[in-house]
Design a protein around this ligand. Sequence first.
Ligand code: AMP
Length: 214
Amino acid sequence: MNVILLGPPGAGKGTQASSVSKDLGIPHVSTGDMFRENLKKGTPLGLEAKKYMDAGALVPDQVVVDMVRDRIAKADCAGGFLLDGFPRTIVQAEKLDAMLASKQQKIDMVLNLACSPKTILARLTGRRVCRACGAIYHVRNMPPKKEGVCDACGGEVYQRNDDKEETIMNRLDVYNRQTADLIAYYQQRDLLKNVNADAPREQTEAEMLAALRA
Ligand code: AMP
């Protein structure tokens, strides 16, 4: 099953994708995580992406599309994948459709994590991430057992540069201008399912799994 998770930054895509992908037994493909991983390794792709990420802007379409094309061509994606953070523009969505069509594949479902501005802001300003394994925490709702230390791997838990307040506003603006149009794009193709992402994490996850298993 090929699934896309849509939703504004802070809607909980990363947190939900990590558990839902385990439940479905398909890989979680997060373009943001891939860029952060590249940056950690100091690759040219990571250094190029950093310029955009630090400003809360989008990395150019072609760079992201090429990266995703390589990723979903890997063997572990043969039985399906869960995309998180991609596509983020209509151009990316069209290119994704074309790349799947060339392999006689398609997107099966798009889950839209609908979320109020109040929740988004609270989630983004409180979000903390493990530098080593990418596990996601929240200072109030889901803190690690020991402050600054990842429960899963013992790595350093930090605040992403782009989760600082000055960048958050730009990311939300970018979402409204460039990504929100994807809701209509997938609605027109009868693929969109809205999920209440203001609800507690477990409830949103249950709603997602029910939609995917239906
Ligand atoms: P995320 O972890 O999904 O919030 O992504 C973090 C940052 O990575 C974004 O603010 C963008 O700068 C970049 N990024 C991730 N996915 C994409 C994409 N599909 N298109 C363009 N830029 C992206």
